[in-house]
Design a protein around this ligand. Structure first.
Ligand code: SAM
Length: 223
């Protein structure tokens, strides 16, 4: 349960120097101005983060994972990579938390530029839909922590969940779908399947995937 992991009162209470020591030299007071920009929600074994780390070496990114052992595995994986490739993988970290409850405890308004929801648990039964990580209510929170122009990436191999995530995003006034040519030009889209452990499993089994990639916008009704 949640009692087994610490929950920061607010983003300013998180010591990010522990996550990214090379980006926060203790001697420098101005060093801590850099903020996390990418969040991989339910990151599992961390494959996406590892790929993004070298693609965006100056961007701080974090995985949020509920399972204790999986979080520990990702921590060890990152430390091992930092050891074997000095100077690399300094921008990636992981935290054990319940993302459905504590996103605003970690990120300030408009801080993020990318959020990932890759192969989330489907929660098939109607009464369990409230447990889905994409929902109208949670999209309000994601819209809050994403800056204008920020992108939310979702993918699943469960068609019903894919339809659900897409329709939640389409109905939300603060998100608009990326156009086909924008998806093709975005190198991150290609990683959604190829870089995650779950995506690789689906590819191996020849399964279909359903993605929805949306941009955080300022709703036109606000003008
Ligand atoms: N995204 C990874 C991938 O594509 O390989 C993992 C997908 S796995 C099917 C879903 C992950 O979400 C699991 O590791 C699970 O523990 C995590 N998860 C489920 N609910 C969560 C929550 N409320 N907060 C954080 N992580 C959660």
């Amino acid at each position: 349960s949640d009692s087994h992991f610490p929950v920061p009162v607010s983003p300013s209470h998180v010591d990010f120097s522990l996550h990214y020591p090379q980006f926060f030299p203790s001697s420098s007071e101005v060093g801590c101005l850099k903020k996390i920009q990418f969040a991989d929600i339910g990151c599992g074994f961390g494959g996406l983060l590892i790929s993004l780390s070298t693609l965006f070496p100056e961007t701080l990114m974090i995985g949020m994972e509920l399972r204790d052992k999986v979080t520990e595995y990702v921590k060890e994986r990152i430390l091992a990579l930092r050891g074997s490739d000095p100077g690399q993988y300094q921008n990636v970290s992981v935290v054990r938390t319940n993302s459905m409850k504590y996103i605003p405890n970690y990120f300030e308004k408009g801080q993020l530029t990318k959020m990932f929801f890759l192969f989330p648990d489907p929660h098939f039964k109607e009464k369990n839909h409230r447990r889905r990580v994409i929902s109208p209510h949670l999209l309000d929170e994601y819209a809050y922590v994403l800056g204008v122009g920020g992108i939310i990436y979702t993918i699943t191999d469960v068609e019903e969940l894919g339809d659900w995530m897409k329709s939640c995003l389409e109905s939300h006034p603060m998100f608009e779908s990326l156009k086909e040519e924008e998806l093709e030009a975005d190198p991150v889209v290609k990683l959604l399947c190829s870089a995650t452990e779950e995506g690789q499993k689906v590819s191996r089994n020849g399964g279909q995937t359903f993605q929805a990639v949306f941009r955080r916008i300022v709703p036109t009704s606000l003008y």
